[in-house]
Design a protein around this ligand. Structure first.
Ligand code: HXC
Length: 514
């Protein structure tokens, strides 16, 4: 009798482990995709996975579904460890009804989300699903909404990471969209609200699934995905790397790496800015020079490249970096880059990750395209995000900080803790040429040699205002520093700010200009 009971358990487990069966597993592999369980095995520390709900079955009886029972119901859920850290994970099993979401499938996901929030640990979702289980109708829609609701309530409480490793269509895209980060696998995954067939019917556009919602489209055009991976393994490795910069929950601090402290001077930074103020240079080189070796992990690398955001380590400690990129659109602020950076600042602030802001910005991008796409509201998102952030915040102005963009880019006035400038910094309402042409217009036009006069006045303005010393004299800049000392100053500065506390006014929440 005892043996029969054991056999029954073993049989049930065996069936569950096979998901939709060997043929469907082979077909998953043939598409270049790993199975739900293989993905979990790669993601978690060896032997650490504990499954929850392996024997859950759907309750559907329509369309003959009562005869098609797969234990686990198309999603593998549970908890485990990554580098020893507790995480909760769900991994959709495409071999069972195409990973489609039933009422019970949703309940399993909700169960681990609830546990993650109660126990203060990240939630990682590996998505590979044909969307709502069509046979279940509104039960499935309700299941999705239960997940969306929990995603929202967990936002800013525990980190939520979404990997898109197969189809993700219809309303299913909205759970990943609410989470903190999305990573998509190239060629095998896509995300869209409606697929190519519906697009053709409604708008008469011919578009492939890959063009409409593949990893490249969302990494470059829409910015929906923060990262893209070449295959499942790369995706999982990137998830682990991303997690290494992030703490367990909003009450925790990020994890430190060991740091020797013997590499603080960076002479290369003294010559990184070109003599000609209009020449670009690569801000990512500055970032790499300032940060610990190989620690820079860029987010949204191909989207709105005029601003760079990402994580790095400074003296072993995790920081978030927001930096204007002179190599792209001269580092100007526009709609897309403001939204990108604002979202990143909000994430860092939720999870106690200090912010370093590197500034070389000529202003906001003018024009009808920007105005009609609401640069006012969208630029305000970044302004609001910085102003509202209570994590330690340090700014370094490497070159230009013009106009409103000076205010926005983590200026002293909106609550930055330490503001440094390099000696070549130009902190002014606008560039010397534009400024002198406006204020000395009459003098220049009435001069015997207007060209020479224009140059003379430009120089006069530059000598007076295109430097960091006016701002330093007012205390808006705390110190003008030699670039080679930047890393040292930042390590010391962030250490000084380690115990920063800032009381927030009592309110439900602010009203971010969405
Ligand atoms: C039930 C589904 C399913 C679904 C796929 N399957 N999607 N079963 N509900 N939504 C099943 C298939 O019947 C098939 O079963 C198996 O999964 C694999 O599907 P294939 O079509 O053979 O695979 P493939 O060719 O790779 O195509 C995958 C696919 C396609 C592109 C995802 O299956 C598809 O278009 N599915 C429907 C997508 C969809 O419209 N979903 C609803 C979106 S609306 P067998 O038994 O043959 O292996 C939505 C609303 C959510 O999600 C709203 C929330 C607010």
């Amino acid at each position: 009798m005892k043996n029969n009971k054991l056999e029954l358990l073993q049989e049930k487990n065996k069936k569950a482990l096979l998901g939709g069966g060997t043929n469907r597993i082979e077909s998953q592999h043939a598409k270049g995709k790993l199975t739900a369980r293989e993905r979990i095995t790669l993601l978690l520390d060896k032997g650490s996975f504990e499954e929850i709900g392996r024997l859950v079955e759907h309750r559907s009886t329509d369309f003959g579904l009562e005869k098609e029972i797969y234990p686990g119901d198309g999603v593998v859920t549970g908890f485990g460890r990554i580098d020893g850290r507790l995480v909760y994970v769900y991994s959709q099993d495409f071999t069972v009804f195409g990973g489609s979401l039933s009422e019970t499938h949703a309940e399993k996901i909700c169960k681990i989300m609830d546990l993650a929030v109660k126990n203060g640990a990240p939630i990682i979702g590996l998505n590979d699903s044909g969307g709502a289980r069509i046979q279940e109708g509104v039960n499935s829609l309700g299941g999705y909404a239960d997940i969306f609701y929990r995603n929202t309530k967990a936002s800013g409480v525990v980190p939520q990471l979404s990997a898109i490793m197969g189809p993700c269509a219809g309303g299913a895209v909205y759970s990943p969209a609410i989470t903190d980060f999305i990573i998509m696998v190239e060629q095998t995954s896509y995300m869209f609200v409606t697929g190519p067939n519906v697009v053709k019917t409604v708008t008469n556009e011919d578009v492939t699934a890959e063009e409409l919602g593949g990893a490249a489209s969302h990494a470059i055009r829409s910015g929906v995905t923060h990262l893209k991976a070449i295959d499942d393994l790369d995706c999982i490795n990137q998830l682990k790397k991303l997690l290494s910069y992030i703490p367990q929950n909003s009450a925790d601090l990020p994890f430190d790496m060991p740091y020797q402290g013997d590499d603080e001077l960076r002479p290369k930074l003294n010559t990184i800015i070109p003599e000609d103020a209009n020449k670009p240079y690569d801000m990512k080189e500055v970032i790499r020079e300032i940060s610990d070796k190989d620690s820079f992990f860029e987010i949204h690398a191909e989207y709105a490249e005029n601003i760079v955001v990402g994580f790095a380590r400074l003296g072993g400690k995790s920081i978030g970096i927001v930096a204007n990129q002179p190599m792209s659109l001269a580092g100007v602020l526009d709609v897309k880059c403001s939204i990108k950076a604002a979202r990143f600042v909000r994430f860092c602030d939720c999870f106690n990750i200090p912010l370093l802001v590197l500034v070389d910005v000529p202003g906001f991008l003018p024009g009808t395209d920007q105005e009609w796409n609401a640069i006012i509201t969208n630029g305000a998102k970044l302004l609001y995000a910085f102003s509202d952030a209570v994590v330690p915040r340090i700014t370094v102005i490497t070159r230009k900080a013009y106009g409103g963009a000076y205010d926005v880019m983590n200026s002293k006035h909106i609550g930055a803790d330490l503001n440094y400038a390099w000696p070549g910094a130009e902190i002014a309402v606008m560039g010397a040429k534009g400024a002198s042409e406006i204020i000395f217009k009459r003098e220049i036009s009435q001069a015997d040699d207007p060209k020479a006069k224009a140059l003379e006045k430009e120089k006069e303005y530059a000598d007076n205002f295109s430097n960091p010393y006016r701002a330093a004299a007012r205390g808006f800049i705390d110190e003008v520093i030699e670039p080679s000392l930047t890393r040292k100053k930042l390590i010391t500065g962030f250490a000084m700010l380690e115990n920063k506390t800032e009381n927030q006014p009592r309110r439900k929440h602010g009203n971010l200009p969405l």
